[in-house]
Design a protein around this ligand. Structure first.
Ligand code: DHB
Length: 310
């Protein structure tokens, strides 16, 4: 029997592979399907104060290697998710809320509401790329740290932050150390790469409508970028940050790569979109086969064990 369990402070994952926020998690029906699947947790769609229809369609495009989305946070509002969180408890896996404010104060309001739900953890989304004219909170480090410091004081639940990719090591060093200092329980790396697009050369158009057709890039193309962020956050935090790796997980071996790089769990976005929640049982089988072949009986032993060449 291979033990796949990993832990992030108060959260224990029997299988540390689950949906990335945003995918398959907006409606109760989808959340129930995640509960019934082999996925190791249920992460909710980023919730806002008011229900939102999101951006005009088409707003999502995907093919083999990547996806482009500019959804605009369509969601049913915090009230809906907080209420249904109680009925999802029966699946006995961690429930992770995702909160998204448009202004700093909205995060403080949302966390008080989410505190009253049955969630085990809260992921603070500081990295939505699709809010035209609003910028990405996580690129304003001073504001991002202030928000996280205040949120930390407002909740006893496991608290994490979802970040976009950063572009230099010095910045990652500062952020990794500050997240440890602020006692943030986990960091989810990464949200979609903020500026991507796909063009139909036959029709001579963009593939999606909102924001000049430019949206967040996800899928397999994101994996090398996300892995490097995981390696550097793990390195600069000296292994003290719990990391959830997200970006291009479509095979069992991808999971092991993320764990070797330092992640304790992984989120699946584009792969789940393409394959549906049955992807989790395939990933589990593939991972178990790899671990058997390597004669590893405890997955958690591989976390951060990546070797650097010298
Ligand atoms: C959306 C996209 C994101 O990458 C995100 O983090 C939150 C919301 C969206 O457009 O709905």
């Amino acid at each position: 029997m291979i033990d796949l369990t990993t832990k992030i402070n108060g959260l224990s994952f029997a299988f540390p592979v689950f949906n990335a926020s945003g995918i398959w998690c907006t409606y109760e029906k989808e959340l129930i399907e995640l509960g019934e699947s082999e996925g190791g947790a249920i992460v909710f769609k980023s919730m806002t104060i008011k229900k939102r229809d999101g951006n005009p369609e088409p707003r999502l495009f995907y093919k083999n290697d990547y996806s482009i989305n500019s959804m605009g946070i369509p969601n049913l509002g915090f009230d809906y998710y907080t209420k249904i969180s109680f009925s999802l408890k029966k699946f006995n896996k961690p429930l992770i809320a995702s909160i998204a404010g448009f202004k700093e104060e909205e995060f403080y309001f949302l966390i008080e509401k989410v505190n009253q739900g049955a969630f085990d953890g809260i992921e603070v989304n500081l990295s939505c790329p699709n809010l035209e004219g609003k910028g990405i909170f996580a690129y304003d480090l001073k504001k991002a740290f202030r928000i996280l410091k205040n949120l930390r004081e407002k909740t006893k639940k496991v608290l994490g932050v979802k970040l976009p990719p950063y572009f230099d090591r010095g910045e990652i060093e500062v952020i990794a150390q500050e997240l440890v200092r602020l006692k943030i329980d986990f960091v989810t790396l990464i949200n979609s790469y903020p500026l991507g697009c796909a063009i139909d050369y036959q029709k001579e158009t963009m593939m999606i409508k909102p924001n000049l057709g430019i949206g967040g890039l996800g899928g397999k193309l994101l994996k090398p970028i996300a892995l490097a962020q995981v390696v550097l956050f793990n390195y600069f935090s000296k292994g003290k940050l719990s990391i959830i790796g997200v970006g291009g997980v479509e095979k069992g071996s991808d999971i092991l790569e993320y764990l070797l790089a330092g992640a304790k769990a992984v989120g699946v976005g584009t792969g789940l979109l393409k394959e549906g929640p049955k992807i989790f049982s395939r990933l589990k089988k593939e991972l178990i086969k790899i671990l058997k072949d390597k004669k590893v009986n405890q997955l958690s032993r591989k976390i951060g064990q990546l070797k650097f060449l010298n």
